[in-house]
Design a protein around this ligand. Structure first.
Ligand code: FES
Ligand code: FES
Length: 177
């Protein structure tokens, strides 16, 4: 029996490493595949939403090496070698505790239909990972690419500011985050 001659796309997602066969079959990735397609259809990570699938709404936001990107408008091959984080990877990997932004969104009742929420969590996380004391303006700027048709944004902004406060407290106590 011959060895495996297939070529693979190697993606690092949420701390794991995935080998995805290249090709045009149903479980293979073609050169033009977006990161969103690979995440959702080949890796089963459907927490990343793609309501517009053309770079307009921000719901598909994931992090590439800590920076927010639109996964519907980024080729999967452009992400080889990078650390990709999706909404499935933001909770504490050991305890399963929600990320402070997720918890704060629940606590302030930020979420309505939820379609935009994963992308907003990712944009908020990118901000708070760099700056745990953002101003309201900085939070609004960080969410500028994320469209929400339901909430009016106020509670999302409140939630991110609350999460920032909790992160600062946890750091003071020498705890998580
Ligand atoms: S699904 Fe990517 S920007 Fe809307
Ligand atoms: S909660 Fe429905 S689009 Fe934002």
């Amino acid at each position: 029996m011959d060895g495996d001659n297939r070529e693979y796309l190697i993606l690092k997602v949420n701390g794991g490493k995935y080998r995805i066969p290249k090709g045009t079959g149903p479980n293979e990735t073609a050169p033009g595949d977006t990161l969103a397609r690979v995440l959702r259809e080949l890796l089963g990570l459907t927490g990343t939403k793609t309501p517009c699938n053309k770079g307009e709404c921000g719901a598909c936001t994931v992090l590439r090496d800590g920076m927010p990107i639109l996964s519907c408008s980024t080729l999967a091959v452009e992400c080889e070698g990078a650390e990709i984080t999706t909404i499935e990877g933001v909770a504490d990997r050991e305890t399963g505790a929600l990320h402070p932004i997720q918890q704060a969104f629940l606590d302030v009742d930020a979420i309505q239909c939820g379609m935009c929420t994963p992308g907003i969590v990712m944009s908020g996380k990118a901000l708070l990972d760099k700056n745990d004391s953002p101003t309201e303006t900085q939070v609004r700027e960080a969410l500028a690419g994320n469209i929400c048709r339901c909430t009016g944004y106020e509670k999302y902004v409140d939630g991110i500011l609350l999460a920032a406060e909790r992160i600062r407290e946890a750091k003071k106590e020498g705890g998580m985050v």
